[in-house]
Design a protein around this ligand. Sequence first.
Ligand code: DLZ
Length: 194
Amino acid sequence: MSVVKGIAPPVEKYDGSSLRILIVHTRWNPSVVDALVKGAVDTMTTEHSVKSENITIQSVAGSYELPFATQRLIAASRLQATPNAADLFSSMSTGEQTGPPPVNTQTFDAAICVGVLIRGSTMHFEYIADAVSNGIMRVGLDSGIPCIFGVLTCLDDDQALERAGMGASEKKHNHGIDWGHCAVELAMKNRDWM
Ligand code: DLZ
């Protein structure tokens, strides 16, 4: 029987060597989030030749913070890309844990927002999931930069582990891989659509 559910393998390998990608991830549920981020990074670098130095990784506390941080980082990358702004930014830290980042004067071509929401016994999950999904879509539409929805919304820990490729079942799959393909595909297509 053929598989009905899930994404078809990418039809194309892209040359993503000129792309600049932003990943914003949460510090909630770190072991699952780390696996998802790794899946996305490995896919982009090994399958589509994205340079690791062109992948910027930033963290926020929880999923609720993802849209705001992504919007601000995209805006900052636009500012850095304007003539003469690089000098100004070379002496500033953007808040990353390991000191001032190297200045990259290219605007981000795509962003991946990674988080894991696990349902508890209150309505928190519903509110955050709704706000985050709408927020990420809004950042993408308002900025014109593809923002990939890399947030797992799971009913329990097992679902989260399965979807990060860490579960016990044969059907486990790391969705970060799909998000890596998705980011590169949309970034490349978006260049043609400008
Ligand atoms: C508060 C909260 C809860 C209960 N659960 C999660 C979760 O499963 N995954 C996640 O990414 N974040 C969670 N948060 C934190 C919120 O996203 C947010 O960081 C706080 O409400 C502060 O704005």
